[in-house]
Design a protein around this ligand. Structure first.
Ligand code: NDP
Ligand code: MG
Length: 398
């Protein structure tokens, strides 16, 4: 493997830290060119001292000043703002971009990486949920290589026929012998909780995921299963799958990360311990393999792997995501933007747990359906969804 130059967007987050952990194990294979963070300036400065990037990027001037002070005397140049994120995602000397910013803020830099033909290691699923059609088009038009970091999509990628990802494939699952994608879900912390106690769920309970340690937003999304809904939409774009070709299966142990069912009845799966360093190392080294620092899977010790169908009464957000996908146009972007607002309001204790799905349903009913012709249309829909969600949150919060 030749030396790869890397930009890590969202370096201070859960995926970013895991990425740098893998990178640190292979100093002869990876060179860090740029890192980005948002609020955790001390952590970003520490990462810069360890990995010596050429650039460190933050979003606002005050943070930049603080970071500059911490990095005085080092070779790292501090840059500010969304344009700077796009700049470090598209530098000619960068081969690969880890897109691990959370939320809609990750879209523009991920697009910049695709438009400059990078290897895009995509953790930011919101990019595909919001703008899947535009992003996939940019990947094709600019010969970018797209590698999914989300563990399920990484598992599907590994279980699909390799020819499916070569250029000029016809993008037809059936023509490649694939019948369905089976997307596994842990079911989160509330899979077996009494239905009539869901109303009492606190933010602390919602972010305590049984198998994974992740950022707060995705942890709440996992509790509501909106995360799986977003992943269905993500899979639709990544694998050119129709909604009926994607089935969600609950698998509480999070060992089978997803499966691909073939026309002859074969089902191929990728298994590993629930540790994001496995899909991260896979994508960093692809098509080679490198050590990720994870524990080896001990199936005899785990003993039992179980599967069940999801209950949409318990997890209405999953149903809303299928609805948004069927509605098409701006509906997934609306769902995504409204979800960011309601999750933040829930974490701030402004709305109760059950209001997450209720508010999303109301926003979708009011706004869904507009066709989308440009990225600007999507941005307009995103803003309208946030405003409508905020109105509903304010009206309902105590
Ligand atoms: P975290 O919240 O842990 O990290 C988010 C990163 O983005 C941090 O570096 C944060 O900076 C930065 N950031 C936050 N807001 C902004 C903004 N507005 N502009 C620029 N940077 C920002 O999230 P995760 O690492 O958990 O998730 C990252 C992405 O990966 C998400 O899209 C998530 O859905 C996806 N993902 C995560 C998985 C996981 O296991 N964690 C699994 C699969 C997908 P700072 O912390 O310095 O404020
Ligand atoms: Mg996932």
């Amino acid at each position: 493997m030749t030396m790869q130059s890397l930009t890590v967007l969202g370096a201070t987050g859960s995926i970013g830290v895991n990425t740098l952990d893998v990178v640190a194990r292979h100093p002869e294979k990876f060179r860090v060119i740029a890192l980005s963070g948002q609020n955790q300036i001390e952590k970003l400065a520490q990462q810069c001292r360890q990995f010596h990037p050429r650039y460190a990027v933050v979003l606002d001037a005050a943070k930049a000043q603080a970071l500059q002070a911490l990095l005085a005397g080092t070779d790292t140049e501090v840059l500010v703002g969304m344009e700077a994120l796009e700049f470090v995602a598209s530098l000619p000397e960068v081969d690969s971009v880890m897109a691990a910013i959370v939320g809609a803020a990750g879209l523009r830099p991920a697009l910049a990486a695709a438009r400059t033909g990078k290897r895009v290691l995509l953790a930011n699923k919101e990019t595909l949920v919001m703008a899947g059609q535009f992003f996939m088009q940019a990947v094709r038009d600019h010969n970018a290589t797209l590698l999914p970091i989300d563990s399920e999509h990484n598992a599907i990628f590994q279980s699909m026929p390799a020819a499916y990802f070569q250029r000029n494939n016809n993008g037809d699952l059936k023509a490649h012998g694939v019948r369905r994608i089976l997307l596994t879900a842990s079911g989160g912390p509330f899979r077996t909780r009494e239905l009539d106690t869901l109303k009492d769920i606190t933010p602390e309970q919602a972010i305590a995921h049984p198998n994974w340690v992740m950022g707060k937003k995705i942890s709440v999304d996992s509790a509501t299963m909106m995360n799986k809904g977003l992943e269905v939409i993500e899979a639709r774009w990544l694998f050119n799958a129709r909604p009926e070709q994607i089935e969600v299966v609950i698998h509480p142990q999070s060992i089978v990360h997803s499966m691909v069912e073939y026309l002859d009845g074969s089902v191929l799966a990728q298994l590993s311990n629930p540790d994001m360093r496995t899909p991260i190392a896979h994508s960093l080294a692809y098509p080679e393999r490198i050590e990720a620092g994870v524990n080896w899977l001990d199936l005899a010790k785990i003993g039992t792997l179980t599967f069940e169908a999801p209950d949409l009464r318990r997890f209405p957000c999953l149903g809303l995501a299928y609805q948004a996908l069927a509605a098409g146009g701006a509906a997934p972007a609306i769902l995504n933007a409204a979800n960011e607002e309601v999750v933040a309001a829930f974490l701030d204790r402004r709305i109760p747990y059950l209001a997450i799905a209720e508010t999303l349903d109301a926003v979708l009913q009011r706004l869904a359906g507009q066709p989308v012709e440009s990225l600007e249309d999507l941005m307009t829909a995103d803003a309208a969804a946030r405003a409508t969600a905020q109105q509903l949150i304010t009206a309902s919060s105590v």
